[in-house]
Design a protein around this ligand. Structure first.
Ligand code: G
Ligand code: G
Ligand code: MN
Ligand code: NA
Length: 249
C-alpha cells in the first residue's frame, strides 16, 4: 500500500492521532500551551513519520481534511478535555490553497465555545507565505477571528525576515539549530542577536529544542518568553499530557 493510500484512509480508519509537546513560560516554568503534532500508524501498527506523510498529504490535498480534524481534535481534547490554556496546531501553506480553512476553524470555535485566542496556528516561514495570495488571505482571516499566529522554524528558510515584516505574528519559534549552535561562543552571540531581532520586531520569543538544564537557564537569563524541548516535556499522547499537567499542579 502506498503512503498516499495510507493518508487517504487514515481518518476513516482511525489511524491518525495527536501528541502534545508542552510549552513553558521561561520565567515561571508554568505550562502555558502545548504544540499538537500529528501521528499516523499503518494498519500493522508501524508509525509513519510526519516527514513522510505530511508532504504526501499536501500533494494529494488530504492535508485539508487532516488539518481541520487536527484543529477540532486539539480543541476538544487539549483545551476542553485537559484544560490546557492554549494549543498550537501546525498549518501548511497547502491548507490555505483551498479557501475555507478559516471558515471551518470559526465553525469549530463556535461549536466548542472556545475563545479564538486559545488557539494558535504555526506556519513555517517560507516563500509561499508571502507570494501566494491565498496564504496571506487565509492567515489574515485567522487573525481576524482572533486566532494567534506563530511563525515556526524561524531562521531555517529564506524568507524569515521578510515574513516577520509582512505579517503580524504574535510569537516566533526560533529553530532549535540555533540553540544547538549556541554551545560555541560565536553561535551563542548569533542566538542572542536573533532573540533581540525578534523581540525588537514585536512578537514574543520562543526557543525550541531545549534539551539540557544549562540551556534552560541560559535562555531564561536572556529573557526569552517561552521554551519548548525534550528537557521540558516530550511530545505525548493526551492521557499522558493530563498526567503531566496534574503532576505540576
Ligand atoms: O513531530 P515531528 O518532529 O515528527 O514532526 C515533524 C514535522 O511535521 C514538524 O515540522 C511539524 O511541523 C510537521 N507536522 C506535525 N504535525 C503536523 C500537522 O498536524 N500539520 C502539518 N501541516 N504539519 C505537521
Ligand atoms: O517543525 P516543528 O517545530 O513543528 O517540529 C516539532 C518537532 O520537533 C517535534 O515533533 C519534536 O519531535 C521535535 N522536537 C521537539 N523538541 C525537541 C528537542 O528538544 N530536541 C530535538 N532534537 N527535537 C525536538
Ligand atoms: Mn511546529
Ligand atoms: Na519548529
Amino acid at each position: 500500500e502506498s503512503v498516499a493510500d495510507l493518508v487517504r484512509t487514515a481518518l476513516a480508519q482511525d489511524r491518525v492521532s495527536l501528541v502534545y509537546q508542552p510549552i513553558l513560560d521561561a520565567r515561571t516554568g508554568a505550562v502555558v500551551a502545548a504544540e499538537a503534532l500529528m501521528r499516523l500508524t499503518a494498519p500493522g501498527g508501524e508509525p509513519v513519520s510526519p516527514a513522510v506523510f505530511i508532504p504526501v498529504a499536501e500533494r494529494t490535498g488530504a492535508i485539508v481534511e487532516l488539518g481541520k480534524w487536527a484543529v477540532r481534535t486539539a480543541c476538544r481534547e487539549a483545551l476542553i478535555g485537559a484544560g490546557l490554556p492554549r494549543v498550537s496546531v501546525n498549518v501548511s501553506a497547502a491548507q490555505f490553497r483551498v479557501p475555507g480553512f478559516a471558515l471551518a476553524v470559526a465553525g469549530i470555535l463556535a461549536e466548542t465555545g472556545i475563545p479564538a485566542s486559545r488557539l494558535a496556528v504555526e506556519v513555517t516561514e517560507g516563500h509561499e507565505i508571502e507570494t501566494q495570495a491565498a496564504v496571506m488571505q487565509g492567515l489574515a482571516e485567522m487573525r481576524e477571528l482572533g486566532v494567534k499566529l506563530w511563525l515556526d522554524d524561524f531562521g531555517t528558510g529564506f524568507a524569515g525576515l521578510s515574513c516577520l515584516r509582512s505579517l503580524p505574528f504574535d510569537l516566533v519559534k526560533i529553530d532549535r539549530s540555533f540553540l544547538e549552535a549556541a554551545a560555541a561562543p560565536q553561535g551563542l552571540r548569533m542566538l542572542e542577536d536573533i532573540i533581540g531581532l525578534v523581540r525588537n520586531a514585536g512578537p514574543a520569543t520562543l526557543v525550541e529544542g531545549v534539551e539540557t538544564e544549562e540551556q534552560r537557564a541560559m535562555l531564561a537569563a536572556r529573557r526569552v518568553d517561552k521554551l519548548q524541548g525534550f528537557r521540558l516535556g516530550r511530545p505525548m499522547p493526551i492521557a499522558a499530557l493530563k498526567g503531566f499537567l496534574r503532576g505540576r499542579e
